[in-house]
Design a protein. Sequence first.
Length: 501
Amino acid sequence: MVRDIRHFIDGVAFDGASGRFGDVFDPNTGQVQARVQLATTAEVDRAVQAAQNAFDGWASTNPQRRARVMFDFKRLVEARMDELAELLSSEHGKVIADSRGDIQRGLEVIEFACGIPHALKGEYTQGAGPGIDVYSMRQPLGVVAGITPFNFPGMIPMWMFGVAIAVGNTFVLKPSERDPSLPVRLAELMLEAGAPNGVLNVVHGDKTAVDAILTHPLVHAVSFVGSSDIAHYVYQTGAANHKRVQAMGGAKNHGIVLPDADMAQVVKDLTGAAFGSAGERCMALPVVVPVGKKTADELRERLVAEIPSLKVGVSTDSEAHYGPVVTQTHKDRVLGWIEKGVQEGAELVVDGRDFSLQGHEKGYFIGPSLFDHVKPEMSSYQEEIFGPVLQIVRAETFEEALALPSNHQYGNGVAIFTQNGRAARDFAARVNVGMVGINVPIPVPVAYHTFGGWKRSAFGDINQHGMEGVRFWTKTKTVTARWPDSALEHSDSSFVIPTMR
């Protein structure tokens, strides 16, 4: 019998009654290792009601005490880092070092949330008018929710619930059903850190659970990360049900390589950014755009020499650069995109489709693949592959290279590799993409800045974490106050609209 992964509602593990389960695989072997319960609408409602019951008490807890819970949560996660990374890798497939990085990047947002008393301070104007002061305060929304993807089961939930809970909301998390164990463990640790029952709840599920969250009248805000089509659906459905929504979608991040770039470093950066975590990152770098034929030919030659040195192995192999993809379905999808690229006329320089790991032939492994002479009109360029596939799109000029990411349907991240500061500055100012790296291949901002793409990479107008996260998870109340001395300030102007004259 495989183990059951249960919901976590109101501070306890909860057995659902739907009778529906999803299989959770070990990507290294292809075997089912657990089954996860899939929630009914009623079970989502139970989690929302638990969060609603906890809200008043948690919202009225002063920010410093809420911050202390964040401090203790951070300490508990750090103390169990090895256990949590192994749990993550066992279901996702990424190597242990990468899983540790997944969790650590989430903890950096928790660290930001530890300073929430300062971040929640409002504005104050004394003497805005005769005897009138104006001030603002940030208040929590109520019950809020996060719907998170399989590729970062530690980082992205913490990006969402860390700030949301610290500012005084209570939270319902719907993680990916492909690797659901770590989010449950994080909720247990939040309880151990001192958060009251119901402050952080986890419900597993599929579209039934997602729709129940998006339409529930007590859920006031939803944060989502996933594919662009579903992000658009989440945004439209949530907004139609009067919710604040941020919905982060897909990506096709480009790396622009100018002729003066440090080519040896570029190759190291590209192989890590394109193939790390088997390419299952929304900030991966699956497209490289060398400027000029000489640059393109040299880059191709160096990549062909470098790629064979990459080691694909099981998640627990400390020498492996990356492990398997998450499921057989996802493996088939990636292989289908490689075949599509071949059919469209791109040159498959390195073919990773036949890779097999001895002793793990049923695992979901894909070797690194490299395409050259990819054209913008090819669907394999236009769409997100989300696997260990790097595409070379050649450009003759800087302007042509700049136009490629600027005109693409996705606008999550982009990087430029150059030693020319003026060119880098011009590129950063003009490129139509939300996050830019200058000689940084994966430009994920630090936790006290903000994360968010443009175009079909993001729906909604407020980004994740940093002060943008504080703004998303709170509402602003502005107070205009006067304390008149009735003996001195009788006035006949009470029926006139107030002004500051």
